[in-house]
Ligand binder design. Structure first.
Ligand code: ZN
Length: 80
């Protein structure tokens, strides 16, 4: 799990982005995409985000997470 995505103002934007839709902050049902040009609005500053860019960010976060995990594994192997 990549964790939530936050707005640049610091407010949490979405709980999770998947290829089918987004999960709202604080829990709740999946909000499916109606089309690929959907936007998500920040409750605090009303900034809007392109869902596609959010998905890209979620994918990036996941890649970084798995890279960090890989690095940890290598360190453990070196120590052991
Ligand atoms: Zn905001």
């Amino acid at each position: 799990m990549a964790g939530g995505i936050s707005c640049i103002c610091g407010a949490p934007l979405v709980e999770e982005v998947t290829d089918r839709g987004i999960y709202p902050v604080g829990g709740g049902a999946l909000i499916p995409f109606r089309r690929t040009t959907d936007y998500v609005m920040c409750d605090s500053c009303l900034r809007t985000y392109d869902v596609r860019s959010l998905m890209a960010r979620a994918e990036t976060a996941e890649s970084i997470e798995s890279l960090e995990r890989l690095a940890e594994t290598v360190e453990e192997a070196e120590q052991g």
